[in-house]
Write a protein that binds this ligand. Structure first.
Ligand code: CO
Length: 134
């Protein structure tokens, strides 16, 4: 049986990275480990690690990106919760067998080689859930 192992990250969509860092880094005092552009997603992502998990701040860098459309439609705020799984193929098969609606039927491969897939928020009480196999 595939097993959920941990919360990997929580992603927050932001309009203004500097303003967001003024809160998360400067006011809360969380460590900023990295700030990088993700050209494939037309976005900039800040990583703030916290005891094995991390908060990710995502800002669109182009008006036609998926994140920009999300921001225009729903505004800034929580975007998704990412759960680490030991066997993403097994988990996707298990979810399909239970009729859970998926956004990605097959795992996708991130630039760093990790496999990931999104579960449709309709299946998770309005929460967009990402599965990650490290
Ligand atoms: Co994510």
């Amino acid at each position: 049986m595939p097993r959920i192992k941990a919360v990997n990250h929580v992603a927050v969509v932001v309009e203004d990275m500097e303003k967001s860092l003024a809160f998360w880094r400067d006011a809360l005092g969380m460590e900023l480990r990295g700030l990088r552009d993700v050209p494939a997603e037309k976005s900039q992502v800040a990583f703030l690690p916290l005891s094995g998990a991390e908060v990710e701040l995502v800002m669109p860098t182009s008006g036609d990106s998926g994140i920009a459309k999300y921001l225009a439609k729903r505004g800034a705020g929580m975007h998704h919760l990412c759960l680490e799984v030991d066997d993403i193929d097994g988990m996707l098969a298990q979810l399909k067998s239970k009729g859970v609606r998926l956004i990605n039927e097959e795992p996708r491969i991130a630039v760093d080689g990790k496999k990931y897939a999104f579960i449709h928020p309709e299946a998770a009480g309005g929460v967009l859930v990402e599965l990650y196999q490290v």
